[in-house]
Design a protein around this ligand. Structure first.
Ligand code: MN
Length: 419
C-alpha cells in the first residue's frame, strides 16, 4: 500500500539532501493549495531532462523524462520515476547550486491541472505501474499514459517507465518539446534564467525556506526627459533653472566646452546626453554609493576624484551617510536614483560615475566583482581579448558568470556577477 502521508512520502527526498544545517524538520509547514496541479520543469543538470510532477496527496509525484513529454502519439518516452518533491517546489524557477543534488538551472516549462482517467486512487495506479491521466496545461493537453517497464530499474535503482500520449484530439504528430523551450511562468529560456537567476533552490533547507530570492526585486524602469523638457534646456542661457520630471536643476556654464574637437561639445550637450541616456545607466547606478571622476573644466584637463556630496547639492539628491567613516574620510555619498540626478551629475562635471560594487543597505556585500584588464604600453586590444577569454574560461570553472564590460577607452572589465 502506497504511503499517503506527505511526510512519509518525502522521506527519499530528504534522504538525498543534507538538512543538518537546520534543526527544523524538513518539509514542515508545507501547505498544499489546489490539489490537482501538475508542473513540468525543464531542468539542465548533468543532463537535460524534463521533470513531470503530479500533485498527489500533498506532494509532487515525479518522473524525469530525458526527451521531454510530447503531444506526438507515436512517441514512447523513457520516464524515470524519481523521488517525490515537496509542493513548495511546484513553481520554482531559478538555479540549484552546483555541487548539490540536481545542480543546474530550472524553468517552469508547463503547468496546469490534471486528473486521473480511472476512478481508483492514483497512488494505487502508480503502485501497480499503470497510470492514465489527462493534462490541462499551456503546452500539454489530452490523455497521457505512464506505464512501468518490465525491465524494472536502471543502474541507479530507479524505476524505468514509459510516457506516451494517446492519439486523441489533443495529439500532434511530430510535436517536439524542444521547439517550445520557454518558461510558462516568465517567458525565459534556461540560458536566460542561468545568466540572471531570480531564485535559487537550497535543498539543504526545509522546503518552506528552500526557494530563496536572488538579487532582490527587478530594477525599476525609468523614462527619459520629454521633448518639451529638452527644448527648455536648449532655451536656457548660460545657466539657469531647468525643471525636469518635477525636479529643479540649477545649471551653470552651459556653453562651456567640455570636449574640445570639431565640433566641440558643450556642457549643455553633455547634460542633455546624460539626461537622455540616464534610463539605460540607472539600472547600474541606483542603490549604489558613487565615486565621481570630475572634469569640471573639460576632459582636456586631468580629472580628479570626488566623493563627498557638496553642500550646494539639491535636497532631492539621494545621499548615503557612511556610519563607519573615520575623521577625514568621505561621510556622505551621492546615490543616483533618477534621471534628474544623472543630469545633475553631468552639470557637476561628474562625467565618470563609478558605482560601488555593493548596493544599499548592505554595503559590505558586493553583488559583482570586477577584474580590470588594462593594456600596457606595448600591448593592444587583441591581447586584451585573449586575456578576457582566459578569465571567462577560468570563471566558468568556478561556476561564475563572467561578462565583458568595455570601459569606452582601451580596457575591458570582466564583470563577474552573481545574478
Ligand atoms: Mn530534475
Amino acid at each position: 500500500m502506497a504511503a499517503t502521508d506527505p511526510q512519509e512520502r518525502l522521506a527519499t527526498y530528504r534522504a538525498k539532501r543534507d538538512f543538518s544545517v537546520t534543526a527544523e524538520p524538513s518539509g514542515a509547514g508545507a501547505a498544499p493549495s489546489g490539489s490537482d496541479r501538475f508542473v513540468v520543469q525543464r531542468h539542465r543538470a548533468r543532463r537535460l531532462h524534463y521533470d513531470l510532477r503530479l500533485e498527489i496527496a500533498g506532494v509532487l509525484v515525479s518522473w524525469a523524462v530525458p526527451k521531454g513529454p510530447t503531444l506526438d502519439p507515436k512517441a514512447r518516452q523513457l520516464a524515470v520515476h524519481v523521488e517525490d518533491h515537496p509542493v513548495e517546489y511546484f513553481d520554482f524557477e531559478g538555479v540549484i547550486p552546483k555541487g548539490e543534488y540536481g545542480g543546474g538551472d530550472v524553468v517552469v516549462w508547463d503547468w496546469g491541472t490534471w486528473s486521473p482517467a480511472k476512478e481508483e486512487d492514483p497512488l494505487r495506479s502508480i503502485e501497480k505501474g499503470d497510470l492514465h491521466f489527462d493534462l490541462r496545461g499551456e503546452k500539454l493537453a489530452g490523455r497521457f499514459v505512464l506505464v512501468r517497464r518490465d525491465s524494472g530499474t536502471d543502474t541507479s535503482g530507479k524505476e524505468q517507465w514509459l510516457l506516451l500520449h494517446k492519439n486523441d484530439d489533443a495529439a500532434v504528430p511530430g510535436w517536439d518539446p524542444e521547439d517550445h523551450p520557454r518558461s510558462v511562468k516568465s517567458g525565459l529560456t534556461n540560458d536566460q534564467v542561468a545568466s540572471a537567476p531570480s531564485a535559487q533552490w537550497r535543498s539543504d533547507l526545509p522546503a518552506a525556506e528552500a526557494s530563496q530570492a536572488l538579487g532582490g526585486a527587478p530594477p525599476p524602469v525609468w523614462e527619459g526627459p520629454t521633448d518639451e523638457e529638452l527644448q527648455a534646456l536648449d532655451k536656457l542661457g548660460k545657466g539657469g533653472l531647468w525643471t525636469m520630471q518635477g525636479r529643479e536643476l540649477k545649471l551653470t556654464n552651459l556653453d562651456k566646452v567640455l570636449f574640445p574637437g570639431q565640433p566641440p561639445v558643450t556642457k549643455r550637450e553633455v547634460v542633455r546626453y546624460y539626461a537622455v541616456i540616464a534610463r539605460w545607466m540607472l539600472p547600474y547606478l541606483y542603490d549604489r554609493p558613487l565615486n565621481l571622476n570630475r572634469f569640471p573644466d573639460g576632459v582636456a584637463k586631468p580629472g580628479f576624484w570626488h566623493k563627498e556630496v557638496p553642500s550646494h547639492a539639491p535636497d532631492w539628491l539621494q545621499q548615503w551617510h557612511n556610519p563607519e567613516a573615520d575623521p577625514g574620510e568621505t561621510r556622505c555619498y551621492a546615490v543616483v536614483d533618477s534621471v534628474p540626478a544623472v543630469a545633475w551629475m553631468a552639470n557637476f562635471g561628474g562625467l565618470e560615475l563609478h558605482a560601488w560594487t555593493s548596493r544599499l543597505p548592505d554595503v559590505h556585500q558586493p553583488t559583482w566583482a570586477l577584474i580590470d584588464i588594462d593594456p600596457g604600453t606595448t600591448t593592444g586590444f587583441d591581447d586584451i581579448l585573449v586575456l578576457a577569454r582566459l578569465y571567462r574560461t577560468a570563471l566558468e570553472h568556478l561556476g561564475v558568470v563572467g561578462m565583458p564590460k568595455v570601459t569606452g577607452k582601451r580596457g575591458v572589465h570582466d564583470l563577474d556577477s552573481d545574478r
